[in-house]
Ligand binder design. Structure first.
Ligand SMILES: [Fe+2]
Length: 366
């Protein structure tokens, strides 16, 4: 026989809520005395086998729904995990409950950061292993390693990943496609440097004759000043005893990359200052031996100085993407938006329903 004990009757407010059809509070905030879900599940099974009509009261219904909800979430998550998708189920809460869960940190404790969350609510807490877990049946990770191969095939099956074509393409559809810009003052600077390296008949001549509108740069020359390094400092990671970079030394660089867009619409890298230090003359600048995308008398695979220069350019591009585009312009802004939305928009608001699936696991990334 059932061991479910009904201890309280629904309050008047709760009864009105039920009669008006308002969604009851979420399971996390619904007030329950202590109870054991495992015992409750066995009770439900007993009642099912004895064909009794369940549930009977509001509290019983709430408990039943809580268990069913949790079991549903578990099954749904398992299913999504197996097929390799992120599960997302919106949780209905009253606005005042959301305002209790999602609070901005006070200005005194903000440490100079933009408005952000004070404490991550339990429902938004995910372990690092869950955020970056292998999520597919074939062990494929969230960061799809095979996409490198796909990218290569998408552009031109004859191009290798280290080729100039792939390198240039990365600046449009790679990790950071937002900062390529008109070369401007860099045209004359690279021209002078090409002359200094006695490339008068090749690169210097090309730059002198080129339409300035066809030349573009990825300019990371401001990195040293931005990070507080002088021209003589080595850009390596600071001590990180408890962090993920402990025990290793990682190096940064402030590359400037010059490109030319040819009449056929192909972007081609011409020169790279691998770590800009006040001027090109004081820096190491490497020019591409291939003056155009169609030049074939240079082996791109074994042109190691140029390949190293392209690596430096990608390192700079990645640093800028992570710190400026990804962290500052995305996460630091997004977190404020998430908290503000939870504090002002009811959970069934159209905007909230549209955006909230994109916020799964975001707040745990701190
Ligand atoms: Fe992110």
């Amino acid at each position: 026989m059932s061991t479910i004990q009904i201890r309280t009757m629904p309050s008047e407010k709760l009864a009105k809520s039920i009669l008006s059809g308002v969604t009851p509070a979420a399971k996390e905030t619904f007030k329950l005395d202590s109870w054991d879900p495992a015992v409750f599940i066995s009770d439900l099974l007993l009642q099912n086998t004895s064909n009794e009509k369940i549930p009977k009261t509001y509290e019983q219904t709430s408990k039943s729904m809580s268990v069913a909800f949790a079991k549903g979430i578990g099954s749904y998550s398992s299913y999504m995990d197996t097929i390799g998708f992120e599960p997302s189920i919106a949780v209905a809460r009253e606005l005042k409950d959301q305002q209790q869960l999602y609070k901005f940190v006070t200005e005194e404790r903000s440490e100079g950061y933009p408005p952000h969350l004070e404490v991550v609510p339990p429902i938004d807490v995910f372990e690092k292993e869950d955020i970056f877990a292998e999520n597919g049946p074939d062990g494929e990770t969230n960061i799809n390693q095979s996409s490198i191969g796909d990218l290569e095939g998408d552009i031109d099956p004859n191009k290798k990943w280290y080729s100039d074509a792939i390198f240039a393409q990365q600046n449009f559809t790679g990790i950071n496609p937002t900062t390529i810009e008109s070369a401007g003052k860099w045209v004359s600077r690279f021209t002078v440097e090409a002359q200094r390296q006695r490339l008068d008949k090749t690169m210097a001549q090309l730059l002198e004759r080129a339409d300035p509108a066809s030349l573009f740069v990825q300019d990371c020359s401001y990195f040293r000043e931005a990070f507080g390094f002088s021209a003589k400092d080595q850009q390596k990671n600071i001590a990180d005893p408890g962090g993920c970079f402990r025990g290793s030394t990682r190096w940064g660089c402030a590359a400037v990359t010059l490109f030319q867009l040819d009449p056929q619409g192909k972007l081609h890298p011409l020169a790279i200052a691998i770590d800009y230090k006040e001027s090109l003359e004081k820096s190491v600048t490497i020019f591409n031996k291939r003056l155009s995308p169609s030049q074939t008398n240079v082996d791109q695979e074994t042109d190691w100085p140029w390949r190293y220069a392209k690596t430096c350019a990608q390192v700079s591009d990645w640093i800028r993407h992570e710190l400026a585009i990804h962290l500052t312009n995305t996460h630091l802004i997004e977190e404020g938006i998430i908290v503000a939305a939870h504090r002002t928009l009811p959970s069934d608001h159209a905007v909230n329903r549209l955006l909230s699936p994109h916020w799964i696991k975001t707040l745990s990334l701190k």
